[in-house]
Every structure is written in C-alpha cells, then in structure tokens.
Design a protein around this ligand. Structure first.
Ligand code: AMP
Length: 286
C-alpha cells in the first residue's frame, strides 16, 4: 500500500494506473476509520475489479467546518487508519496536509470554491451554512487529484451524496458515484467517527436516533401521516432520552430533498440530534 501526501505524486500514480488501463475506485474520508468506512473500501474494490486499484483519502477538511465546530477536536489516528486500510486491501492512501490542499501564501492564497446552490440549502446546509461548500470544493479537488472512475460514499450522509451527485452531473466529472448502505452498531446506532466523543450515558441514549427512524417507519406503514404531527410525536419520543437535544427532523423527497406531507412509505427521513457538544445524524427511507 502506497502512502502519498503530495498532489503531484498522487496524480502521477493515478496517471500511471490509467495508462495501464486499470479502473480506479476512490473512497474519500476524514479518517478515524470504522467498519462503515471499510465497507466502502470493499465496495470500491468490487467496483474497480480484479485488475483495478483502490485509493482512500484521509483528510480532515477544514473548509467544511464552521469556526464554532469541532475541527480541532476531530479524532485522528493515522497509524491505526493505515493498518486498517492495509487489512482492507487499499492500494494507496492519499493524506495531504492543509498547506498542500489550501495554500495560504501571502498574495496567492486559495480562493476558488465549488458551490451547489439547491440541494445544499436544506437540512445540514441550513444547520451548517458553509458546510457543503467545503464538501463540494474538497471533493472536486480530490477528483482532480485522484481521477477515479468510481467513487463510493455512504448513505449515512444522504444529503452529502445527493449534493455530490448533482455536482458531478452539473460539472461533468467523468466519475460514477456509488452510495453504499449505512453500517450500524449492534444496537442500531449508525457508526460514526464522532461516536467516540460520547460518554457511556450519552452512548446508551444515542440509539434514540435509530429508534426514531424505526418508529416513523412503523407509523407510516399503517397510513400516511401529516408531517407536522409525526414530527411533534417524534420530538416527544426523542426527548424521552434526557441527554438528547433535537436539532431537526425532516421528511423529504429523496430526489429533490424538498419537504413532503403527508409522510408515506418511501418518504426519506433525516434527523440531527445533539448529545452535549456532539452532533449525530442519521436517515432512512421509511
Ligand atoms: P467521514 O470520514 O465521516 O467524512 O466519512 C467518509 C465516508 O464514509 C462518507 O462517504 C460517509 O458517508 C461514509 N460513512 C460514514 N459513516 C458510515 C457508516 N456508518 N456506514 C457507511 N458509510 C459511512
């Protein structure tokens, strides 16, 4: 497994693989890897085929964090990540530093961003106004650096995958996106690097996100439910976990991300819940 931190080296390596007519699968991450990430690597390996190559990037992208958010305390453990990726069969890991990705040279600092203007406005985009600009910008850069044929993202970040699919279509990136299912802990909590911030009590209560998704699915299985009423019921349901502070619940059309009512089977639900300073998200098709 090759470990690459310079853009020129990564582009040379990717260029050589392309010349050898190898299909390239790519999995962008912010590191502190868990089984969810590794399932994306496996999916990328499958998509790339036996002669193909898989590149994983590990980069905690500062432009997708607001100044008030958890950039400096975001968990990192490169040594452990590299050993997990060796086990998962990655061929190369791209781990640039901030100066490489966002040069801040006096008079010639980084100043170009990619902005998706529609799907990025709701839910996570409303709660975190500069977040998706950071995501689309860094993924556009990574696509130019790695030049993948296929890139794999997690359904866990449903809106992120939708925004990136729109960017790929609108800006004609020659990349096929695959969205892979959410991996969960035994009790149903979606795996996330941020779960490590939870203390034992918060961790026990964090499963409320998954239970809320299941409760909503059960409710709409019987009959369509007015969105406002279902939201109010679920809000009560979630505050039964005393450490949970609800940020939002959304019911929306999975293609347009626009709110829908009534909520039926097949409607997409997403929610964000704080436990202390830690903000968890989850989503499902009801
Ligand atoms: P992150 O390191 O959190 O930026 O995530 C990198 C990629 O892994 C994104 O495409 C996420 O959607 C995906 N991912 C995160 N958590 C999970 C999970 N529990 N199951 C599957 N994919 C995930």
């Amino acid at each position: 497994m090759q470990i690459v931190s310079s853009i020129a080296t990564m582009q040379r390596l990717a260029g050589r693989w392309r010349q050898e007519r190898r299909r390239l699968g790519f999995v962008p991450t912010m590191g502190y890897l868990h089984e969810g990430h590794l399932s994306l690597v496996k999916r990328a390996r499958q998509a790339a085929g036996s002669r193909g190559k898989v590149v994983v990037s590990i980069y905690v992208n500062p432009t997708q964090f607001a100044p008030s958010e958890d950039l400096s305390r975001y968990p990192r453990d490169l040594k452990r990540d590299l050993s997990l990726l060796r086990g998962a069969g990655a061929d190369a890991v791209f781990t640039p530093d901030d100066q490489t990705m966002y040069p801040d040279k006096a008079g010639a600092a980084f100043s170009t961003y990619v902005v998706e203007e529609q799907l990025s406005q709701v839910m996570e985009g409303a709660a975190r106004p500069t977040h998706f600009r950071g995501v689309t910008t860094v993924v556009a850069k990574l696509f130019h650096i790695v030049q993948p044929d296929v890139a794999v993202f997690g359904q866990k970040d449903f809106q992120q995958a939708a925004v990136l699919a729109r960017m790929v279509r609108d800006l004609n990136f020659p990349v096929r996106l695959i969205v892979a299912p959410t991996r969960r802990e035994r009790d149903g909590l979606a795996m996330s690097s941020r779960n490590t911030f939870l203390d034992a009590e918060q961790r026990a209560q964090a499963v409320i996100l998954f239970h809320a998704l299941r409760a909503a699915a059960a409710a709409v299985k019987k009959k369509p439910q007015p969105s406002a009423r279902l939201k109010a019921d679920l809000k009560k349901f979630i505050t039964a976990a005393p450490l949970a502070r609800l940020d939002y619940i959304a019911f929306f059309d999975p293609a347009t991300l626009q709110p829908v009512t009534p909520v039926r089977r097949g409607t997409q639900m997403a929610l964000a819940v704080f436990f202390g300073k830690t903000r968890l998200i989850d989503n499902a098709t009801l």
